[in-house]
Design a protein around this ligand. Structure first.
Ligand code: FES
Ligand SMILES: [Fe+2]
Length: 453
């Protein structure tokens, strides 16, 4: 099988990645980010086959609450039924195709199609249509219910869908990413909820560039210098210089393409790690949360929740950023050089008042569309995409730290893990060895001081 790309050159799918573990060289052919053939193949081999993130249960709290989404190219919506159950439907009227759900969010007892006024209840059943007596005796309402994706499942409040009826179960698909979702969800005493509203933006770049970028510690200091200087100016919890050294951290491939980069927090964590950014008045409430976490989960687990931060990629297109705040970032590929991004903010239900304001402010300051980070990243990624027009420069390099026993967060193991899974899927293989070598741990990274600039 070959990929023609847009360069006119033919590159075999198997040759799109150079993964030389002996020499420590990892390169990706840039047609992976420009070719329409490969884009279509990704849709078929990845987005039609994997579990893909849909939304969070807290977004549809009450019976009749619904949210509209585009997932893997399909218009969908999810709605909480009268019976309390969350259901997901393809947003296409069984009559002649119109979008049934026409708002991004709302509450409805009945969904009525605007085209010919067929009506459906929250369980997706056709409950009424104008002039039903004009249809013959074989017309059967029950054959015309709303359709659901073949598979729907959730883990700790995160809903996923799959268009592959034979996909493995969600729990085993999540592999090592489950533990990281637990670390995030367990921070809350009364569960997590998505704050109403989202940030949406379109990037003129290939979706995989943002998957990479979301885990890329190497670009932090050069690209986000302004933010780095701003945080450094605030000092640390012990009055030191936040950015005097990159804190120890580790990058890990978690199986099935999921990857994480994890750091010891030096710039504050809104859950339980105080920083001058939060103000004096936050010290005691944060200390109380810390004590609760230790009591419930033990010192070691509490330390990971409160004192380490993580950038988690759930393959292929969900990112959860848990550092200055918790951001859910969803990437919807549109074309080889274009993607839509939506970001939501996840908070513990029990948080309110000044603490919630501080958290939301941290989120917007760094990751909001006008924040310190996002415009920098958009500029960097769109610049790469433009650079790919120089087709004579065929390869991108992701070799950093490949021969290190314990790769840090400024290394590129986390991107290699993602690309290795991508490459396996594109070749029709389901599983692959995504690691560089034996898996590493946070403890080993701290002991070795990994994370230096
Ligand atoms: S397309 Fe929906 S009622 Fe006709
Ligand atoms: Fe960035």
């Amino acid at each position: 099988m070959t990929s023609t790309g847009d360069t006119g050159e033919c590159v075999e799918i198997k040759d799109l990645i150079i993964d030389d573990r002996e020499r420590g060289i990892f390169r990706v052919h840039r047609s992976t980010m420009t070719s329409m053939d490969l884009f279509r193949r990704e849709q078929a081999r990845i987005f039609n086959r994997c579990w893909i993130y849909l939304g969070h249960e807290s977004e549809v709290e009450n019976p009749g609450d619904y949210r509209r989404r585009t997932v893997a190219g399909r218009p969908l919506f999810f709605i909480r039924g009268k019976d309390g159950q969350v259901r997901v439907f393809l947003n296409s009227c069984p009559h002649r195709g119109a979008l049934l759900c026409r708002r991004d969010e709302g509450n409805a007892e009945v969904l009525r199609c605007f085209y010919h006024a067929w009506s459906f209840n929250t369980s997706g059943e056709l409950i009424g249509l104008p002039g039903e007596d004009a249809y013959g005796p074989s017309f059967d309402r029950s054959e015309l219910s709303l359709k659901a994706p073949p598979r729907v499942d959730s883990y700790r409040g995160f809903y996923f869908v799959s268009f592959n009826p034979a996909v493995e179960d969600l729990l085993s698909y999540l592999a090592g990413a489950r533990d990281y979702l637990d670390l995030i969800v367990d921070q809350a005493e009364a569960g997590m909820q998505v704050v109403s509203g989202s940030n949406m933006y379109t990037l003129k770049a290939n979706w995989k560039l943002l998957a990479e970028n979301s885990l890329d510690g190497y670009h932090l200091i050069p690209t986000h210098r302004t933010y780095v200087d701003y945080i450094a100016g605030l000092g640390t919890d012990d009055g030191g210089d936040t950015m005097a050294a990159r804190p120890p951290g580790v990058a890990r491939a978690l199986g099935n393409g999921h990857c994480v980069s994890e750091n010891i927090a030096r710039s504050g964590r809104p859950i339980a790690h105080w920083h001058p950014l939060f103000g004096e008045e936050a010290r005691e409430p944060l200390a109380r949360v810390r004590r609760r976490l230790v009591e419930k989960y033990g010192e070691e687990r509490a330390y990971r929740m409160a004192d380490t931060s993580r950038n988690l990629l759930i393959y292929p297109n969900l990112i959860i950023l848990d550092f200055v705040a918790i951001t859910i970032r969803y990437i919807e590929p549109l074309a080889p050089d274009s993607m839509d991004v939506t970001a939501w903010h996840l908070v513990p239900r029990e948080e309110s008042g000044a603490r919630l304001v501080t958290r939301l402010d941290s989120f917007l300051t760094f990751l909001g569309p006008g924040g310190f980070a996002t415009p920098d990243d958009v500029e960097a990624l769109e610049s790469c995409q433009t650079g790919f027009r120089a087709t004579e420069t065929e390869w991108s390099d992701l070799s950093r730290g490949m021969l290190k026993p314990i790769p840090g967060t400024a290394d590129e193991l986390q991107m290699r893990g993602f690309w290795r899974q991508w490459h396996a899927h594109m070749q029709g293989l389901s599983k692959t060895d995504v690691q560089d070598g034996p898996p590493t741990t946070m403890e080993a990274a701290v002991a070795s001081g990994t994370g230096e600039r």
